[in-house]
Structure formats: C-alpha cells, structure tokens
Design a binder for this molecule. Structure first.
Ligand code: FAD
Length: 334
C-alpha cells in the first residue's frame, strides 16, 4: 500500500427510510474543516434507493461531491450489501480518510470495512484534527474509563477511519447554492451478495425523546434522591419548554430511562441551556454536556466539579431551588 495514492475525505451519509441522519450532516461539518486543512475534496457517500432529495441535502451541507450508489438492494441497511459497495468504492477511488457516525448502523459497518481493508478504526472520537507535519489524522477519544484522552494515529494504513457519536460536532449552515457534483456510481452487487433479508423495520413501541435535539435540558443526578423528586424536574423542563435528562447514577437508580442518559456511555448533547440538578460533574458526565451554550448547576456543594464548567452555579438544596424557579417562571409567564 502506498499512502501517497490515497487522497480525499469521505463521510458515510447514513440514511434510514430515506432520511439523512443528523450525524452524517455533523460529520460533513467536521469533514469540511479537515478537508480544507489537507487541501482535498470532501465527499459524501450515499447508499440507498430514490436518493435524489437526500443527495441534494448533502450537497447543501458542505460536500464538494456526493457519490451515490443507488440500488433497490441498498434501500435498507444490510451489513453485507453496504460493506461490499463501500469497500469496492474505496479500493477503486482510494480516499485517505473515512468518517462514520457511531450509530447502531455505523458501529456495525465501520469495523467490517476496517477489517476487510486491513486498516485501523478509532471508535467514538470526540476530537479530530490533522498533524501539521505528517498530515496524518489525529483521532482523540476518552481512554481508561474516561480518565484520560488518548490521541490515536493510523500512520501505516489507509484509509484512516473514525466513528463519531451524534451531537459531538456541529453541522454547517444549509447553503442551497453550494457548488457540488453529484455522481451516480455503477456497482457490482447481486441479490446473493446479501445474506440477510430485511423483513420489517420495527420501531420501539414507547415514545422516545431525542435529547440531542432539545434546546433546553433539565438533567438530574443522584442528588435528586428518588423517582418522586424527579417529577419536579419534569415540571421545570415543561415550564421552560425543554426535556428531562440525567446522569448514569440516575439511570442506574431506575429514576429515568437509559435513552436520556448524558455522558460518555450515554448521549452527547449541546443544548442552549443545560440545568444540572444534583449532579457532581464526573468527567464521564462532563464529556457529554460541557459544550452546551449555557450551563446552570444546582448543587448543595459549592466545590462540586460541575461548578467549574457552570456559567451559573446555584448553591442550595434542589428541593427548595427548583420549586422556587418554577413559581418564578409561572409568575413571569402570567
Ligand atoms: P454523584 O456523583 O453522587 O453526585 C451527586 C451530587 O448531588 C453531589 O454533587 C451532591 O453534592 C449533590 N446533591 C445531593 N443532594 C442534593 C440536594 N438535595 N440538592 C442539590 N444537590 C444535591 N456518568 C454519567 O453521568 N454518564 C455517563 O455516560 C457515564 N459513563 C461512565 C463510563 C464509565 C466507564 C465510568 C467508569 C463511569 C461513567 N459514569 C457516567 C459515572 C460517573 O463516573 C459518575 O459516577 C456519575 O456521573 C455520578 O452521577 P451523579 O453526578 O448523578 O452522582
């Protein structure tokens, strides 16, 4: 393998049921920055059926080029079909970098591609940059239980591959007039290449809240004390028009659902306002919320680590502070 043969930054444009996933747009935002640093093209790789509207959406979010593999066999994700088509494209066109969203699909696809191409993959990156000297990709992620950040380099193999969770990077503003080439590729894909058949896509029956989309989050931790006390956080969130989230301690206590856990093993969020109630600010929790625009911390302990990242720290018992906030908000709303 000759490294010099590999050029360009690719982003896997994950779609589900004809809808581009937000992590793909976020990766295009970061990919733009990396491609500019290298002076190369940014390409979105889209697999699916009836792709025209999706390709246009990618074109307006920073891509120089959209490579489209359109085929009825690629309508829904399958490990075999997607791995084959992407590996064939990589072998033919040789990109130096491939970014994939760390969704359930991306976590399945990324390692398959990396193994097939005998290259490396760094999962769940929280920062990506270019080494000014070597031009290698610097992939940073938490290591040793989140107690230190490790920067990993894939110096000898190509493409350099990284997965990134939703919410870590920001998408670019939509630009309908952006210049972008859309190329439909031909492929060698047969029915028999795909060993699994998607019969039906079953969604979770319960209504799930996407805390990654919320503008205001009221998050509770162990300091909330019990499930009953969590109700006042819901009231506060409602008064603000926001959603409820929480720390892993609150999830483990069974007070909230795992879907709304914030942090290293939960979700990464960056709302306009994050109100942390009874959360100490462990490094694994901060990893998921420290990029929020404005952080409010309510804690009995003035020295809690959360106070260091808070824009506003309220020292006090949350059982007194939260009812007071709700009543003041209601008074203003009248
Ligand atoms: P605590 O640390 O117990 O803090 C409770 C806080 O509440 C204290 O600061 C206390 O002063 C305050 N308090 C108590 N009573 C009141 C009151 N009445 N009014 C006001 N304040 C009060 N954690 C996550 O959150 N997300 C993750 O994704 C995550 N991933 C992890 C991954 C690994 C590999 C490991 C090892 C740990 C992970 N953790 C994660 C756990 C993390 O290390 C902490 O244990 C956890 O975040 C603590 O939750 P907490 O802040 O709610 O509880």
């Amino acid at each position: 393998m000759n490294k010099a043969d590999y050029r360009g930054v690719w982003v896997f444009a994950e779609q589900r049921e004809g809808k581009i996933q937000k992590v793909a747009l976020e990766l295009l935002g970061k990919g733009r920055n990396i491609a500019d640093k290298l002076g190369v093209k940014l390409t979105a790789v889209l697999l699916g059926d009836n792709t025209d509207a999706m390709a246009k959406e990618l074109a307006s979010h920073g891509a120089d080029k959209v490579l489209v593999a359109e085929n009825a066999l690629l309508k829904d994700y399958t490990t075999d079909g997607y791995t084959k088509v992407i590996c064939d494209l990589i072998n033919e066109r040789k990109p130096e970098i491939l970014f994939i969203g760390a969704s359930y699909i991306g976590r399945d696809l990324g390692p398959r591609i990396a193994a097939r191409l005998a290259t490396g993959l760094t999962a769940d990156c929280t920062a990506l940059d270019i080494d000014e000297e070597t031009k290698d990709l610097l992939m940073t992620r938490p290591a040793f239980g989140g107690n230190l950040m490790a920067t990993i380099v894939c110096g000898d193999h190509r493409p350099q591959m990284a997965t990134v969770r939703p919410g870590v990077f920001e998408r670019l503003e939509k630009d309908e007039n952006a210049k972008c080439e859309i190329e439909k590729v031909s492929m060698n894909l047969k029915d028999s290449d795909i060993r699994t058949k998607v019969q039906e896509i079953v969604k979770l029956a319960k209504e799930t809240v996407d805390i990654g989309e919320a503008q205001i989050l009221v998050a509770g931790g162990r300091g909330v004390g019990n499930a009953e006390n969590f109700k006042q956080l819901k009231d506060l969130a409602e008064a603000f028009g926001g959603e409820v989230a929480g720390s892993r301690a609150a999830v483990e206590a069974g007070w909230i659902d795992k879907d709304v856990q914030v942090g290293q093993t939960g979700k990464t969020v960056r709302p306009k306002v994050y109100i942390a109630c009874g959360i100490s600010g462990a490094i694994q929790h901060l990893a998921g919320m420290q990029d929020s625009d404005y952080i409010v911390a309510i804690n009995k302990d003035a020295d809690a680590a959360i106070m260091k990242v808070a824009d506003l720290g309220i020292v006090g018992d949350l059982n007194k502070v939260i009812p007071e906030m709700i009543s003041q908000l209601k008074a203003v709303a009248k």
